[in-house]
Design a protein around this ligand. Structure first.
Ligand code: UD1
Length: 318
């Protein structure tokens, strides 16, 4: 097959990669998704140009023909949650480790040009120094972090031992339109968005002074495409962040200001496996991949709020 493949392509980030590929001129894109967390609605704007294979990455026989001969596979399928990897470690391991191994095997045997792998900033754990650079020793604090790190190791080993070109991108707390806010495992900003639009307080785990490098989804999708093209990077790992750092308290206050309301959050106990501070050093990604994030946190928040607001309006109409 000569078209790009996106695993997890019906997901929040995966569908952004699909849209970016089509915007850059891909005639058709193959999506492999088991719809565990993905949704067909995420692909509705590009449905006519997408071939969807509903399959689990652990089902090698199903996925191998779909990736065979692809110029590039973006591997975004995962069970993406620190707390879920603690409550459901077997499910998360199967998806994040076994699924990744199978995908890499199918890609290597099928002569795929390159695999771009969605790794995670969680691999760093709590480092003594900020921002976090790729040369720091990883210190995973949760099953999710360990699983994503294992995927990275496999990606570079497939490059080293089997000649499969791979690039791993450590995503830093990606947010934006289409992130599903409806589960307790949802990303914090999607939950904040829902709360602010419903004018109710969020629950913040811990004191809210933990900080994150929140990264707008379109910047991550753009970097995925750059990673697919860059020369001389096979087997390497790069940070995919925005480069900034904001505490949860700061972000909630920003949202309150944007919406012109004042709502005090509710504070709960800290969450197991939580990293305290996270911020990406972007030098390597900028130098080797041309990473140049376009969206400030505030701009990303405004765009995302607009999207959720429009969804609310749609739901209230139907
Ligand atoms: C981690 C990774 C991130 C990865 C994500 C996948 C780090 C630093 N980041 O995100 O790169 O993409 O896993 O899921 O490891 N929180 C609340 N209230 C809520 C929900 C969350 O206070 O209702 C808090 C959490 O305790 C945490 C922060 O918000 O401190 C962010 O949580 P979440 O959005 O789940 O992402 P991380 O676990 O940071």
């Amino acid at each position: 097959m000569s078209q790009p493949v996106v695993t997890g392509g019906a997901g929040f980030i995966g569908s952004a990669v699909v849209r970016a590929l089509i915007a850059e001129g891909a005639a058709r894109v193959t999506v492999i998704d088991n719809f565990a967390t993905g949704r067909r609605a995420n692909l509705k704007e590009v449905a006519g140009q997408v071939d969807v294979l509903e399959a689990d990455l652990c089902d090698y026989e199903s996925i191998a023909p779909a990736v065979e001969g692809a110029p590039v596979v973006f591997h975004l399928a995962a069970i993406p949650s620190v707390p879920r990897s603690i409550t459901e470690p077997v499910l998360a391991h199967r998806s994040n480790v076994d699924g990744t191994f199978n995908l890499l095997l199918a890609a290597q045997r099928g002569g795929v040009g390159r695999v771009v792998y969605a790794a995670s900033s969680s691999a760093y754990g709590d480092t003594e120094v900020l921002p976090k650079t790729e040369s720091m020793a990883p210190r995973p604090k949760s099953p999710y972090a360990a699983q994503k790190l294992m995927g990275e190791y496999y990606a570079s080993v497939f490059a080293e031992c089997f000649g499969l070109e791979t690039v791993s991108l450590r995503f830093f707390n990606v947010f934006g339109p289409r992130q599903d806010p409806s589960s307790p495992y949802s990303g914090v900003l999607s939950i904040f968005m829902k709360c602010i639009l419903e004018r109710r307080p969020p629950t913040i785990y811990g004191d809210g002074e933990q900080s994150r490098d929140f990264t707008y989804v379109e910047d991550v999708a753009a970097l995925c495409l750059k990673a697919a093209q860059a020369g001389d990077v096979s087997g390497q790992v790069f940070n995919a962040g925005n480069g900034g750092r904001f505490t949860l308290n700061q972000v909630w206050r920003m949202l309150c200001e944007i919406e012109g309301v004042s709502i005090e959050p509710v504070y709960g106990p800290p969450r197991a496996g939580d990293v305290r501070h996270s911020q990406a050093d972007l030098s390597a990604a900028a130098a080797c991949l041309g990473h140049a994030p376009r969206f400030s946190l505030e701009e990303g928040l405004r765009r995302t709020l607009d999207w959720y607001r429009a969804q609310q309006f749609e739901t209230s109409k139907s």
